[in-house]
Design a protein around this ligand. Structure first.
Ligand code: G6P
Length: 588
């Protein structure tokens, strides 16, 4: 949450470089944006509410040192004043922040008494005044360190000063990655934003403070006081993967990449899945944990493991995992599933599980992310950078990897490859013109409805949950995903003439019972949209999905993505940046 980008180097258009970096990070927060640049011993700040759009920073002076921020508001409303960067009273220190300064009130009261003047309602502004206060009696770097140590919560800050030709950055919990490129250095909250400049990066660890100039980056752990030698990593992503190309938006690009990604995962071999399966076999307690779409991957994983390998797994939503800890032991294995590897609810779960001695395995998309580093075993999802706030290819990537793992657990790894290859083909068919336009047409019919219900059983239950999530988060139509059997236990009361119901009916043991759910809807006037391998008279609309065995959940999810996407376009909304949300949720 919140995008951070910084540049220091020989180029004099630092503010423009930073603004371009912020555009690449805007999915992290888009309530407001701001840039600060140092020039001739002064700091110049431009900040505005809303998305960056076609805004420029041409009015900022030439500079070789600048930083910027895109905000997802926590403390203080969405106003120009509350946008970052924030400056101290003298205007010689500027700061951007990601996280929450939990005990800011106590310091704000003290600083007000000392005569500091505040211009915003944010917790962030308190940090910069605290640094200003401490800097009266110590060097600025010490003041930054002291202020950071006073802060409770999980935070990342970057500080600029007219007195320095470097940034001072510190993180604890919130992500920060340094990018190195001969004679110029960068800082960002997400590695994908660094791709136009460099692939050589260092992910700052917790409590590491970096003093970054154009040619140097000095890193020190503020808890131990020890110097840290940056173990640089090379990003494996390509710049084109992080660009829209000819697509209208990132969501359509990412939806269309899926058959290729799934085919690649199928072709990548089963060695890793077999090695991890061998470890999992030994554990008495297996947990699958995720948030949002990744939590639906966890539910699907539970079904896949039990159906294919006869292996039980416990599932938990990241933010709820803390209430499931009693049975964790040193023998437990927790598979933490996350696209970004930075979701705070997941990282907190991992911390708690580790404290109980459990082993952490990560199913994660971002190499070098915090979750990646915390885990003993890592499976990279391999979906490439995902930029649309609503997850698409990362989820189908997670489902693909879990399918391989389930077959490896069952001792039939080749069957996993086969099933995934079928899923990749089935996804390709969904994305072909005829299917695509049928789904677009359907979206045109549904664009004014108030509610949509989605139903499924077994592996189609998480598909139904994901379909409802995609619809509500980007089209803002209320949607509810249900286990089909639950209809009669309450939700049927809401069905009236024309209520749309999407029923997932793959060719598996759930077909008959799922159909019964669709019929219950129909009998009460519901408008039934069947997503299945064959048509049925109960369907008012039919979307064909070719069977891919237990991996049919993958093309089913893709149908849901396309429908949500076209509903969003039909309602004139932005699919990439839905209101009130952000991609990487780094607060609790
Ligand atoms: C946010 C995103 C969702 C995503 C969830 C978990 O809410 O908008 O699309 O599923 O975070 O993110 P993660 O990076 O942990 O998979």
């Amino acid at each position: 949450m919140c995008g951070i980008f910084g540049y220091v180097g020989k180029k004099t258009n630092a503010a423009e470089i930073v603004l371009a970096g912020l555009k690449r990070l805007e999915y992290r927060g888009y309530d407001s944006w701001g840039v600060a640049a140092v020039s001739k011993n002064k700091i110049f700040v431009k900040k505005k509410i809303g998305k960056i759009g076609s805004a420029t920073v041409e009015d900022l002076p030439a500079s070789t040192l600048a930083l910027g921020h895109t905000r997802w508001a926590t403390h203080g409303g969405v106003t120009d004043q509350n946008a970052h960067p924030h400056a101290d009273c003298s205007g010689t220190i500027a700061l951007i922040h990601n996280g929450i300064f939990e005990n800011y009130e106590e310091y704000k009261v003290k600083l007000l008494k000392l005569g500091h003047r505040f211009t915003s309602d944010t917790d962030t502004e308190v940090i910069v005044h605290l640094i200003e206060e401490y800097a009266q009696s110590m060097p600025l770097t010490d003041a930054v360190e002291k202020a950071f140590k006073a802060m409770h919560g999980l935070n990342a800050i970057i500080v600029l000063s007219t007195k320095l030709d470097t940034f001072i950055a510190i993180r604890n919990g919130s992500p920060l990655v340094l990018g190195f490129s001969g004679g110029e250095n960068f800082l960002a909250s997400d590695p994908a934003a660094l791709l136009p400049h460099t692939k050589t990066v260092y992910f700052l660890g917790d409590n590491e403070m970096a003093i970054v100039g154009s040619k140097t980056a000095k890193i020190r752990n503020i808890q131990t006081g020890k110097t840290v030698r940056a173990q640089k990593q090379t990003l494996t992503w390509d710049i084109h993967q992080a660009e829209k190309g000819n697509y209208r938006d990132f969501m359509s690009k990412e939806i269309h990449e899926q058959s290729g990604i799934i085919a690649d995962i199928a072709a990548s071999g089963t060695g890793l899945a077999q090695r991890i399966a061998a470890h999992i076999k030994k554990t008495p307690h297996l947990y699958l944990v995720g948030c949002g779409s990744a939590s639906y991957a966890a539910i699907a994983g539970e079904y896949l493991f039990s159906k294919i390998a006869g292996r039980h797994a416990n599932i938990a939503i990241g933010s709820e995992f803390g209430y499931h800890l009693d049975f964790l032991t040193r023998q437990s294995v927790v598979i933490a599933i996350s696209q970004s590897g930075e979701t705070m609810d997941i990282l907190e779960s991992v911390k708690k599980a580790k404290a109980k001695g459990a082993q952490i395995y990560a199913l994660v998309n971002v190499l070098g992310s915090t979750l990646y580093r915390e885990a003993t075993e890592k499976i990279l999802i391999g979906a490439g950078p995902e930029k649309s706030v609503a997850s698409t290819k990362a989820l189908t990537g997670m489902l693909s990897q879990l399918t391989l793992l389930a077959y490896a657990l069952a001792g039939k790894p080749e069957e996993g490859t086969l099933v995934l290859t079928l899923a990749a083909k089935s996804v390709k068919t969904v994305l072909e013109k005829t299917q695509d336009s049928a789904i677009r047409k359907l979206a045109g019919k549904l664009k004014h409805v108030q509610h949509i219900y989605t139903i499924g059983r077994g592996l189609s239950y998480p598909a139904a949950l994901e379909a409802a999530m995609k619809i509500k988060e980007i089209s803002y139509i209320h949607a509810e995903g249900l286990a089909a059997g639950e209809l009669k236990h309450g939700p049927l009361a809401l069905v009236t003439r024309g209520t749309p119901c999407i029923a997932f009916l793959p060719d598996d043991e759930t077909y008959g019972a799922n159909l019964a759910g669709a019929m219950e809807m129909k009998a009460r006037g519901g408008f039934v949209i069947g997503v299945s391998h064959k048509p049925h008279e109960v369907f008012d609309e039919y979307i064909n999905v070719q069977d891919a065995g237990p991996a049919t959940i993958i093309p089913n999810v893709v149908v849901a993505q396309l429908l949500a996407y076209y509903l969003t376009l039909a309602r004139g909304l932005d699919p990439d940046m839905p209101r009130n949300l952000a991609k990487s949720v780094t607060v609790k």
